[in-house]
Design a protein around this ligand. Structure first.
Ligand SMILES: [Mg+2]
Length: 118
């Protein structure tokens, strides 16, 4: 069981991910709709794991990842990617992303990725 912060501007994506995680024994302790809110929540909640969407308004997932890793180098941030984001994925790796999960979500892939990091 991990405590998880879900950061995504899409309400549907957040709901899907939260349902999937909670049905499988994880505890979603916070959610955020953009990178700034994600960073603020990270500092406040110190979750075991963050799931971070890349494309979001105001502050995207890459910028948020940078802030989180700067404040906590041990932070485990899983980037949520969509088709055609290869360049963004490489950038996220450079800034310390722990792993990637692509949309649409595959339950086993999501759970295995979290298990590897715990
Ligand atoms: Mg998005």
């Amino acid at each position: 069981m991990a405590t998880i912060l879900v950061v995504d501007d899409s309400r549907t994506s957040r709901r899907m991910l939260i349902d999937l995680l909670e049905k499988n024994g994880h505890s979603v302790i916070g959610e955020a709709v953009n990178g700034q809110e994600g960073f603020d929540q990270y500092v406040k909640l110190k979750p075991d794991i963050v799931t971070m969407d890349i494309t979001m308004p105001e502050m995207d997932g890459i910028e948020s990842l940078k802030l989180i890793k700067k404040s906590d180098p041990n932070a485990k941030v899983i980037m949520i990617t969509a088709a055609g984001q290869r360049e963004k994925m490489m950038e996220a790796l450079k800034y310390g992303a722990a792993d990637f999960v692509s949309k649409p979500f595959n339950v086993n892939v999501v759970l295995d990725t979290i298990k590897k990091l715990c």
